[in-house]
Design a protein around this ligand. Structure first.
Ligand code: NAD
Ligand code: UD1
Length: 346
């Protein structure tokens, strides 16, 4: 059977016949849609919440198909409900969030603004959605008797500190986005002390993979460059391109989130989700140009304010406590995305 419901999981009292229920906020987004699929494949019922400000309903098409599969046969003349329900709504709507969380055993909180530069332009909006929205979700989870809450924190909390970034080191968040992500970690610890809820904050490093949007304020460097090459345009590198990022494939990130939900004792509940390897933006552009020969060389523009120069996470703690190791090499992940552009939507 599945990994989440196995005997080493805190959900081992559930089974495929009596599945546990999870709320995924931000489920129509890049990471949330992959996570929703992984949970369904593991036997969960999933409630998906998203206000579609950045995500798309189409991102959940594969999840809906997966959710219907086991329930195809009519039960007593009626079609059984699928294991996935989508709710269009906002994490700022506290009554809605509470009603969706009631009856859930786990909550995965991913909804929010995902861009540090955007948070500098709209700090109030960042504080509202990523701060108050997170408070709503965590408070409701604590009040509803949820067992485990997994929170999408970010490596941004380290700011520009020397690498590799280790969970226990003093932090220096240097954008509103980073500061509010750190606030979310502290709120998680607060609600954990107040209730039976256990929380895990995952500091995702730079996630890439299918369905990551190349457009809008939350777009990431990999899909932006991929789109530029599709259109035979030169990508723009901000700064000299020597800044490093720890690029991690979304398949690996989803695995980490599932492990974070099921691990009986997650210790202090704060983990890097990283490969441990830094790659420069110049190297990413080179790797991608090798996959799409003949595309224009990058052009350069001034560095973004607050853009960390180095980012590499120490993956040892997640390996030791969650049993998590990233396995998708960057070259393979990029080859999958660029080799077949249709797979970017997969
Ligand atoms: P994304 O923009 O694809 O997903 C975020 C989703 O949240 C979107 O579908 C959006 O519509 C939804 N949303 C936004 N505000 C909402 C609100 N008020 N109510 C309900 N839904 C709302 O981004 P992603 O890359 O999938 O990121 C998911 C989470 O992981 C975010 O919290 C982000 O900060 C965090 N994270 C991402 C990365 C990365 O590299 N992508 C790294 C570190 C942390
Ligand atoms: C990313 C995530 C953020 C997460 C953080 C964790 C996105 C959009 N943001 O932020 O949610 O918390 O990782 O580490 O995924 N760049 C260019 N040209 C471009 C776009 C970007 O040179 O066209 C550069 C940026 O200046 C930066 C690097 O590429 O140095 C990565 O940028 P980006 O993909 O936006 O991610 P982060 O800002 O690191």
């Amino acid at each position: 059977m599945s990994c989440s419901l196995s005997s080493s999981s805190i959900f081992s009292d559930f089974s495929a016949a009596r599945p546990p229920t999870a709320l995924v906020t931000g489920a129509a987004g890049f990471i949330g849609s992959h996570l929703t699929e992984a949970l369904l494949a593991d036997g969960w019922r999933v409630r998906a919440l998203d206000n579609l400000s950045g995500g798309r309903r189409a991102n959940l098409a594969a999840a809906h198909a997966l959710a219907r599969e086991p329930d195809q046969q009519p039960k007593q003349g009626r079609r059984a409900p699928g294991r996935l329900t989508f709710k269009f709504g906002d994490v700022l709507d506290a009554p809605l969030t509470s009603s969706l969380i009631a009856g859930c055993q786990a909550v995965f909180h991913l909804a929010g603004m995902a861009s540090a530069p955007q948070s500098q332009l709209e700090p109030e909006r960042c504080l509202d959605i990523n701060g108050r929205g997170t408070l709503n979700v965590m408070r409701a989870a604590a009040e509803a008797g949820v067992r485990r809450l997994v929170y999408a924190s970010s490596s941004a909390v380290y700011g520009d500190l020397p690498t590799p970034h280790v969970e226990g080191q003093p932090l220096r968040p240097n954008t509103p986005y980073a500061a509010v992500k750190l606030l979310g970690e502290h709120l998680a610890l607060f609600f954990q002390e107040q209730s039976g809820l256990t929380t895990v904050s995952l500091r995702f490093f730079n996630v890439y993979g299918p369905r990551q949007s190349p457009d809008g304020p939350d777009a990431g460097v990999v899909p932006i460059f991929a789109k530029a090459f599709d259109e035979d345009q030169a990508p723009t590198i901000f700064g000299d391109g020597r800044q490093t990022r720890d690029f991690i494939h979304v398949r690996d990130v989803v695995k980490a989130a599932v492990l974070a939900a099921q691990t009986p004792d997650p210790g202090d509940g704060i983990f890097n989700v990283a490969t441990g390897h830094g790659t420069t933006v110049l190297e990413v552009a080179d790797l991608m140009r090798r996959l799409r020969p003949g595309r224009p060389a990058p052009i350069f523009a001034p560095a973004r304010a607050g853009d960390p120069l180095r980012s590499e996470g120490d993956p040892a703690k997640a390996a030791a406590i969650l049993g998590f190791r990233a396995v998708v090499p960057l070259a393979q992940g990029l080859a999958e995305l660029l080799g077949e552009p249709s797979r970017r939507e997969a």
